[in-house]
Design a protein around this ligand. Structure first.
Ligand code: AHN
Ligand code: ZN
Length: 329
C-alpha cells in the first residue's frame, strides 16, 4: 500500500509530461530547424515559363510540344540531371490516338533514398472554360496550367547543381494531363479517366519496375496571381504528414498568406495515379480560389493563361518552400 501511494504522483507527473511533448502527440506546430538553403529565384522561374510559352501551345503530340520537350530534356541535362524519356500512345475522349512523352530528370540517380517532384507539361487543346464561347476550341498557352510547375522544377534543378545535396530527387514532367473531355462535348459520361494519361502510364511502369520514393509532390498551377494553396483533400487522405510538413515550412518562411491552414477541394490530378498506381504517398499543391468563376482561378482553361498573369511572388512562395523541404532532408 505504502509503495503504491509513493509511486502514484510520479506516475501522474510522467503521464502529464508525455501528454504535452511525447513523440506520439507531436503537434503540427512544432518548429522545424531550417537547414542552410539557397535562394529560389522567381526571376529564373519566370524566364523558364516564358521560354516554354515561346514554343506556342504545347498540346500533346504537337510540333510545339516536340520542340519544347527537346528544350526541357536539354535544360535538365545542362543542370546536371540524368534524363530519361518515356513515350506511349494515349487515347483521348473522342478516340484520337496521340504520341505522349514523359520526361524524367534524376539527381543523384544512385541514391536509393528518393523524393519525387512532378508537374504536367502539356497544354489543354481547348480553352473550354473561357468566358467567350468563340474561344472554346482555341489551345491555351498554359503559362500557369503547365509551365509554372515545370519552371519551379527547373529552378530547383539549377540550385541543386550549384549547391548539391545528398538526397536522390526525381523531377518528372508528365504529358497528356489536360486532354480531359471538353465541357462542350455532348457525351461527358465516364469522362474522369480522360485526364492524367501521362502520369498513368508512368505510374504503371514505376510499379512494374519496383520504383520507390519516400514521397511525392505535384506542382499544379503554382504561379497564378491571387493564388492561395489550401490543403487538397486526396493529399490529406493519402499523405497527411507531407502536407503538414510543407504547410509548416511555408509558415516558418513567411509564406502563410499563400499556404493558409484550411482545406480545399478533392482534385482529380496526377497525384492520384502516383498514390493509387505507383503506391507513393503524393500531395498536390494546387490553388483554391474561394471566389470567382473557377476554384482554380480566373485564367483556368481560358486564353488568359499567359505569362502576364503569372505573379512571381506566388512562384517564389512555392519554390522556396519546396527548396527548403529538399535541403532539410
Ligand atoms: C479536373 O478538373 C477534373 N481536374 C483538374 C486537373 C487539372 C486540369 N489540373 C490542371 N488542369
Ligand atoms: Zn488544365
Amino acid at each position: 500500500m505504502k509503495r503504491i501511494i509513493f509511486w502514484l504522483p510520479a506516475l501522474l507527473l510522467f503521464a502529464s509530461c508525455s501528454g504535452q511533448s511525447g513523440k506520439g502527440n507531436r503537434s503540427i506546430a512544432d518548429t522545424i530547424a531550417l537547414s542552410p538553403c539557397p535562394h529560389f529565384s522567381a526571376d529564373s522561374a519566370m524566364l523558364y515559363i516564358n521560354e516554354q510559352c515561346g514554343f506556342g501551345s504545347r498540346v500533346t503530340g504537337s510540333e510545339a510540344a516536340r520542340r519544347c520537350g527537346d528544350f526541357l530534356v536539354e535544360r535538365f541535362k545542362a543542370f546536371g540531371a540524368e534524363v530519361e524519356e518515356q513515350t506511349a500512345t494515349v487515347t483521348t475522349w473522342d478516340g484520337t490516338q496521340l504520341p505522349a512523352r514523359n520526361i524524367i530528370a534524376r539527381i543523384n540517380p544512385a541514391n536509393p533514398d528518393r523524393i519525387l517532384l512532378c508537374a504536367h507539361w502539356d497544354c489543354r487543346p481547348w480553352a473550354d472554360n473561357d468566358p467567350d464561347e468563340a474561344n472554346h476550341h482555341t489551345p491555351i498557352l498554359a503559362a500557369n496550367d503547365a509551365a509554372s510547375g515545370v519552371a519551379v522544377m527547373l529552378e530547383i534543378c539549377r540550385l541543386l547543381q550549384q549547391k548539391p545535396s545528398q538526397t536522390g530527387i526525381d523531377l518528372i514532367c508528365f504529358d497528356a494531363e489536360d486532354l480531359g473531355t471538353p465541357q462542350w462535348a455532348e457525351d461527358r459520361l465516364g469522362s474522369s479517366d480522360t485526364w492524367c494519361l501521362g502520369s498513368r502510364f508512368w505510374a504503371k511502369s514505376a510499379k512494374a519496375d519496383g520504383y520507390k520514393a519516400r514521397y511525392g509532390i505535384l506542382l499544379d498551377m503554382v504561379g497564378g496571381r491571387g493564388a492561395t494553396f489550401s490543403r487538397e483533400g486526396i493529399s490529406m487522405q493519402m499523405a497527411q504528414p507531407i502536407v503538414s510538413r510543407v504547410w509548416q515550412l511555408a509558415g516558418q518562411l513567411g509564406f502563410r498568406q499563400f499556404f493558409p491552414l484550411n482545406d480545399g477541394g478533392y482534385i482529380t490530378d496526377d497525384h492520384v495515379n502516383v498514390n493509387e498506381i505507383a503506391g507513393i504517398p503524393c500531395i498536390d499543391i494546387i490553388p483554391y480560389y474561394r471566389e470567382g468563376p473557377s476554384s482554380f482561378g480566373p485564367t483556368w482553361h481560358t486564353i488568359k493563361d499567359t505569362p502576364e498573369n503569372i505573379d512571381p511572388n506566388v512562384l517564389e512562395a512555392v519554390g522556396q518552400t519546396i527548396t527548403q523541404l529538399i535541403y532539410n532532408e
